[in-house]
Write a protein that binds this ligand. Structure first.
Ligand SMILES: Cc1ncc(COP(=O)(O)O)c(C=O)c1O
Length: 369
């Protein structure tokens, strides 16, 4: 089987993780946590970094830190992972999903601005699959109206928008370090911000809301979202190879484009937008309407040929659990509904070889033939 993803762990990561084992610093009290937070925040040009257990937790703390109130609305893409939506619900606010662009799969400024009401308190932007959201119009509007911007850059390590790093745009921005990310810590996440109060609030939420003066006294309710020193060690080693990782991912993307561009039954991800160049977090494909079966069937047939795949996100407004809660009744967001049914992604891990890419492309074309 050619796996859809396979992380690459280098010598430096091994050395740093072994140092944790040798010194006994394995909990969240170890010295690598602070170093990782500083290095990562600097990488994306932010003042503060708060390391947490995963990207979902990062969103929970980031949204939790904004002090939203019941009835406040937060706009988010429908085409994303449920972590974005659960963070909004857990903060007691109302999620307002919007559709995405059929080519970049990112939500557009037009769709976001059209969803703004008098109750909109925040806009959550999510950079999807390796291309940046067109931030300028969203940031200008949010600034003018005093609306907070939450930037989910979970998939966007090494991605830039108009030359600036993704993760530098939100009042608060978040990352994931799951093994399919361009930087991994196994499981892990990070909140970055320039706002000291938000950073402090996230630190408190991360650590059960402990009172700084008297341990075990709580002024607010938090969670245990603490990252371990072992994970931070892995992350510090991974940061050093980010440039190399992005270069490899781009070369995978370019090669797949060469191998598949002549097949008009497939829609490929764009190499760039006016905002920036694709870092191909994943290499997504969307089946054209000329193909008589859907992505589910396509993935099944590729699995028979020993090619690993994953489906695209399933839209938030179509989630059974949310429908049962009475949310998004009769909502229709057709672009996301279509790509959820016709989109999937193919192997693009860092260990992927040139021969494997040729094999994947040939298998895709054979199934479509
Ligand atoms: C856009 C986006 N946000 C958040 C997450 C959640 O990150 P984690 O899996 O680390 O909880 C992911 C995970 O892939 C993601 O793609």
């Amino acid at each position: 089987m050619i796996p859809v993803n396979e992380p690459v762990i280098g010598k430096r990561e091994r050395e740093l993780v072994l140092e944790c084992l040798d010194t006994g610093w394995i909990s969240s009290d170890g010295p690598f946590i602070g170093q990782f937070e500083e290095r990562f925040a600097a990488l994306v040009g932010r003042k503060y970094g708060v390391a947490v257990t995963n990207g979902t937790a990062a969103l929970d703390a980031a949204v939790g830190a904004l002090g939203l109130e019941p009835g406040d609305e937060v706009i988010l893409p429908t085409f994303t992972i449920i972590s974005c939506l659960t963070a909004i619900l857990r903060a007691g606010a109302i999620p307002v999903p919007v559709d995405c662009d059929p080519h970049t799969w990112n939500s557009t400024a037009e769709a976001i601005l059209a969803a703004v009401t008098a109750k909109t308190r925040a806009i959550m932007v999510v950079h999807i699959y390796g291309l940046p959201v067109d931030m300028d119009p969203i940031l200008a509007f949010a600034k003018e109206r005093g609306i907070a911007v939450i930037e989910d850059a979970a998939e966007a390590h090494g991605l830039t928008y108009k030359g600036r790093p993704c993760g530098s745009f939100g009042d608060v921005s978040t990352f994931s370090f799951y093994p399919n990310k361009h930087i991994t810590t196994g499981e892990g996440g990070m909140i970055v911000t320039d706002d000291e109060k938000i950073a402090q609030k996230c630190r408190s939420l991360r650590n059960l809301g402990f009172n700084a003066q008297r341990r075990f006294v709580h002024e607010e309710l938090g969670w245990n979202l603490r990252m371990t020193n072992l994970q931070a060690a892995l992350g510090l080693g991974q940061i050093e190879r980010l440039e190399q990782t992005v270069a490899k991912k781009r070369s995978i993307g370019r090669r797949y484009r060469e191998l598949l561009h002549d097949d008009n039954r497939l829609q490929l991800p764009p190499e760039r937008t006016t905002g920036g160049e694709n870092i191909y977090w994943v290499f997504g494909l969307v089946l054209s309407d000329a193909v008589s079966f859907d992505a589910q069937e396509m993935m099944h047939r590729l699995a028979e040929k020993k090619i690993g795949t994953r489906p695209f996100f399933w839209p938030m407004h179509e989630q059974p659990v949310l429908k049962r809660m009475g949310l998004f009744k009769d909502m229709s967001l057709p672009v996301s509904e279509r790509i959820a049914r016709r989109g999937f992604y193919v192997p693009s891990g860092l260990a992927l070889t040139g021969e494997q890419m040729v094999e994947v492309a040939a298998a895709v074309k054979e199934v479509l033939a």
